[in-house]
Each structure stands twice: as structure tokens, then as C-alpha cells.
Design a protein around this ligand. Structure first.
Ligand SMILES: NC(=O)C1=CN([C@@H]2O[C@H](COP(=O)(O)OP(=O)(O)OC[C@H]3O[C@@H](n4cnc5c(N)ncnc54)[C@H](OP(=O)(O)O)[C@@H]3O)[C@@H](O)[C@H]2O)C=CC1
Ligand SMILES: CC(=O)N[C@@H](CCC(=O)OP(=O)(O)O)C(=O)O
Length: 316
């Protein structure tokens, strides 16, 4: 018998994607909930407690409720929501964030799957702060675009209904307290919140996160190559990483930054661009908000927790 997996919220955008990725795996038995019982608390409680691993693909409040329904002391949890991402009792499920993170995830009973937007900024900025190239107090900005599937079933329905009338590019979160800011701040190791401007585009899936760095005010100004080397050094220390770094692109003209480029994979590709004379660097991460940003990361975490090859079930 395979490990018993219950996906609470299996009919939603992230839940369906995880189901697809796990289909056909002989090491896993999916505990499925009848459609008419998917919000029934007793049926959910029964399946949550019967599972070896429960993957929660629910709004935050429902995810908290699911966790409270687990009474057996054995069911392990991967939560895709924002509910526990900066909770010290949970392990942050971004394996490439740190050398020891895969091991911490493999051993954890409670894993919070990372937010889609924060993953790019975290993996690009954290190594710079750790290397002393940026101070933790740096006034960071993050600009990003996501496909509309990032907004779940409701936003998908809205964009599909709008057709040609849908907005092509829409910045949002303009009070700058988007739900991803706490985890972005904590895991980049910044002391203050970055100014985060997300936007949604008129396409379904895929994202680009950009971190522009104005470095002129620093006492010691790192070059673009210094920045590239620090990020590359961090990635080189990882095993089983799905994140790669493109070659250094000073003053580049036409790189491959299409947000849809890595759709349906678990890949993330990082780029560093620079103009050293102006002390300016731009960090860019390209990945799939539904892949590495959500369901891919969840399956990566599940594989680590089950002790199977981390690439199993992932198109990388
Ligand atoms: N889409 C994305 O790119 C990403 C999403 N996430 C996170 O993953 C989680 C799921 O998001 P997503 O899949 O996009 O959202 P969806 O809205 O597509 O899916 C959520 C699912 O949960 C169901 N649901 C809601 N309340 C309950 C409940 N009380 N009991 C059982 N089921 C319930 C919904 O049913 P119904 O529709 O009938 O209400 C729906 O099927 C969220 O926390 C989201 O923030 C994380 C990273 C990226
Ligand atoms: C385009 C869009 O609306 N994106 C979502 C983020 C995706 C998401 O649901 O993120 P987490 O569950 O990982 O926090 C938003 O900004 O709320």
C-alpha cells in the first residue's frame, strides 16, 4: 500500500494541479472526498485523520480549520495557504532557500508551502544579504506579474467571462500590505517590509518577479558580477534544486523573460542584469505560479517528506 494522501480542496485550482501531478504514482494512494461532501466537516475530519500526509489547498480560514481537525498526532501536513508561512512551529517549504531546508522539510510534521510571488525575491535577495552585499535594512522594491490563475477559481472565471475586455495589465495590492509581504520580509532576512507591487496580466498562467537594486547609496557598491556570483554560489551549494541561474547579462537586450516560458514545470530560472557605471542591478525570476509557485513546490515537498526521489511526479 502506498502513502495515503488527502488533498483538502482537491476541486480547486491548486488541488486539481496536485492531483494531476500525483496521478499514476504507485507509491501513493489518494483518499478522495465525494463531491457533495467536500465541505462537510465530519467527512473532512475523517479523511484528514486517515491520511499519512494531508495537503491543504484551501483559503486560510479553512486551512486553519483543517489543521484543528487533525487529532491523531500522526498525519503530516503541507499547507498551500498563507496561514502558517511565518509560524515558527511550521517549516517553510521552499527547499532551495537554504542548504539545510530540504532536510528540515523531509523531517517536518507541518510544512507551509511558500507563496508564489515571494519565492523569486527570497532566492535572489537572501544570498546577497548573507554575503554582506546588501544590508538587511536595504529599501527593497519588488515588482511582479502573474497570470490570472493566481487568483484561483473566482479570478479565472472573471477573466474568462471578460474575454477581450479583460484588463491586459493591472497592478494591485496598492496599500502595500499584500499577504505575501510577511514571508518575503522574513525569509529574505530583511528588517523592513519591501515595497511590493504585484500585477495580474491577461493570460492564465506563469509569472515574473523583478527586484531592481539602486546600489549607489551603499558604502561598498557591489558590481553586477558580484551579485551574480553570490546567487550562483548559493545555488551551487544545493542538491536537487529546481532553480537555475542564467549566465551573467550586463546591459542585455533581449533575454527570455516570457512569464509563460516554464509553465507546467517546476523550474525557476534567475537572471541578473546590470549597469555598473550607474550602480544599478536588476534581478529577475521566471517561473510558473501554478508550478514551482504552488503545486510543483507542494509535490517537491511531499517527495521530500516521503523520502522518494525529489524529481518524481515533476516535469523539471
Ligand atoms: N492559484 C495560485 O497560483 C496559488 C494558490 N495558493 C493558495 O492555495 C490555496 C488554494 O488556492 P486556489 O487553488 O488558487 O483556490 P481555488 O479558489 O481555486 O480553490 C479553493 C478550493 O477550496 C474549496 N473550499 C473553500 N472553502 C472550503 C471549505 N471550508 N472546506 C472545503 N473546501 C473549501 C473551494 O471550493 P468553492 O470554490 O466551492 O468555494 C475550492 O475548490 C489558497 O490558500 C491560495 O492562496 C498558493 C500559491 C499559488
Ligand atoms: C494574481 C493573484 O491574485 N495572485 C494571488 C497570489 C496567489 C496566491 O494565492 O498566493 P498564495 O496562496 O501563495 O499566498 C494574490 O495576489 O492574492
Amino acid at each position: 500500500m502506498g502513502a495515503k494522501i488527502f488533498i483538502d480542496g482537491e476541486a480547486g485550482t491548486t488541488g486539481l494541479q496536485i492531483r494531476d501531478r500525483l496521478a499514476g504514482r504507485s507509491d501513493i494512494e489518494i483518499l478522495s472526498i465525494p463531491q457533495d461532501k467536500r465541505k462537510d466537516i465530519d467527512t473532512r475530519a475523517e479523511l484528514l485523520n486517515a491520511a499519512d500526509v494531508a495537503i491543504l489547498c484551501l483559503p486560510d480560514d479553512a486551512a486553519r480549520e483543517s489543521v484543528s481537525l487533525i487529532s491523531n498526532g500522526t498525519t503530516r501536513v503541507i499547507d498551500a495557504s498563507t496561514a502558517y508561512r511565518v509560524d515558527p512551529n511550521w517549516v517553510y517549504g521552499f527547499a532551495e532557500m537554504d542548504k539545510g531546508q530540504s532536510q528540515a522539510i523531509a523531517e517536518a510534521r507541518r510544512v507551509s508551502n511558500p507563496g508564489c510571488y515571494p519565492q523569486g525575491p527570497i532566492i535572489m535577495v537572501r544570498p546577497l544579504i548573507e554575503a554582506g552585499l546588501l544590508p538587511p535594512s536595504f529599501a527593497l522594491t519588488v515588482n511582479a506579474i502573474s497570470g490570472y490563475s493566481g487568483g484561483g477559481r473566482q479570478m479565472i472565471a472573471e477573466y474568462e467571462a471578460a474575454g477581450d475586455n479583460a484588463s491586459h495589465f493591472m497592478p494591485y495590492g496598492l496599500t502595500f500590505n499584500h499577504k505575501h509581504v510577511p514571508e518575503m520580509t522574513a525569509y529574505t532576512k530583511l528588517t523592513g517590509a519591501p515595497l511590493f507591487v504585484p500585477s495580474v496580466g491577461d493570460y492564465a498562467q506563469g509569472m515574473v518577479t523583478c527586484v531592481p537594486l539602486q546600489l549607489g547609496m551603499l558604502g561598498t557598491v557591489p558590481t553586477g558580477e558580484d551579485v551574480h556570483a553570490a546567487i550562483g554560489g548559493h545555488l551551487a551549494g544545493l542538491t536537487d534544486s529546481f532553480v537555475s541561474l542564467a549566465s551573467y547579462e550586463a546591459l542585455a537586450k533581449s533575454p527570455e523573460l516570457d512569464p509563460q516560458r516554464y509553465n507546467n514545470t517546476n523550474k525557476m530560472v534567475l537572471h541578473v542584469f546590470a549597469n555598473d557605471a550607474q550602480a544599478q542591478v536588476l534581478l529577475v525570476a521566471v517561473y510558473d505560479n501554478l508550478g514551482k509557485g504552488a503545486s510543483g513546490a507542494a509535490v517537491q515537498n511531499l517527495n521530500l517528506m516521503l523520502g522518494v526521489d525529489v524529481h518524481t511526479g515533476l516535469a523539471d
